[in-house]
Write a protein that binds this ligand. Structure first.
Ligand code: 13P
Length: 261
């Protein structure tokens, strides 16, 4: 049984005061739910991925509250002359358990390709982080009927297969259709389930059926309280990677509590 994971990708949002307020109110919600069952405890794991500058204060705000911490990117090597970069070892040192890799905003704005993502995922695994590897087609690729081929190619090239095969390392995949990110347009449940089922089949070919079955596949792209339930009941959807709606405690909590028991 895969426990769902609801992950907030805060992207480049939040100065210290806002970030702290958001983290504290989430932690308070989670604590109340754990202590009193009110509001209803979500049937999922919770993760927040703030910008690097907020990792430290957010960690202190959520510590012990059952909310995990993740980075939004890392470098492919662990230390050295890489001005402006942050390594997987540094994220781990700060208390992160996860790191988002290969988000389409990094692919588009920083020229990251699948080989870069694979090198970063290897570094993440080396440091004991679970990589959340993002894949997804553009609108033009969907219109051309290439969605499943694009997704298959991305996971073949971006996953460090031998590192993943060696031991029971963590892995999460996020399917984020580029045309659904920040646009308010969500993929339909049929479109999401089709891609997630195909992803699991490809994963089984690459890593074996057991591993494919255990890997959490998140959907991302305009997830909000109004559409969370219809997405979270899909057979191959194991959670969500939430952008805009993760910046509001009420919305993030509503998405988390939309996960079926
Ligand atoms: P939105 O939820 O704002 O569409 O962003 C999705 C996303 O990119 C999460 O990584």
């Amino acid at each position: 049984m895969r426990r769902k994971l609801i992950a907030g990708n805060w992207k480049m949002n939040g100065l210290t005061a806002d970030g702290l307020k958001l983290a504290e109110s989430l932690a308070q919600r989670a604590q109340q739910a754990a202590d009193y069952g009110d509001p209803k405890p979500p049937a999922c794991d919770l993760l927040v991925c703030p910008p690097f500058t907020l990792l430290w204060p957010v960690r202190d705000a959520i510590v012990g509250g059952g909310i995990a911490l993740g980075g939004q990117d890392c470098h492919a090597v662990q230390s050295g002359a890489h001005t402006g970069d942050v390594s997987a070892a540094m994220l781990r040192d700060l208390g992160c358990d996860f790191v988002i890799l290969g988000h389409s905003e990094r692919r588009q704005n920083h020229g990251e390709d699948d080989a870069t993502v694979r090198a970063k995922a290897e570094a993440a695994l080396d440091s004991g982080l679970t990589p959340i590897v993002c894949v997804g087609e553009t609108e033009a690729e969907r219109d051309a009927g290439e969605t499943l081929a694009v997704i298959a190619r991305q996971i073949e090239r971006a996953l460090p297969i031998s590192a993943l095969a060696q031991e029971e390392t963590g892995l999460v995949i996020a399917y984020e259709p580029v045309w659904a990110i920040g646009t308010g347009r969500t993929a339909t449940p049929d479109q999401v389930q089709e891609v997630h089922a195909a992803l699991r089949r490809h994963l089984a070919d690459l890593l074996g059926a057991g591993r494919a079955d255990a890997t959490r596949l998140l959907y991302g792209g305009s997830v909000k309280p109004e559409n969370a339930q219809e997405l979270m009941v899909l057979a191959d959807v194991d959670g969500a990677l939430v952008g805009g709606a993760s910046l509001k405690t009420e919305d993030f909590w509503a998405i988390a509590t939309a996960c079926p028991l």
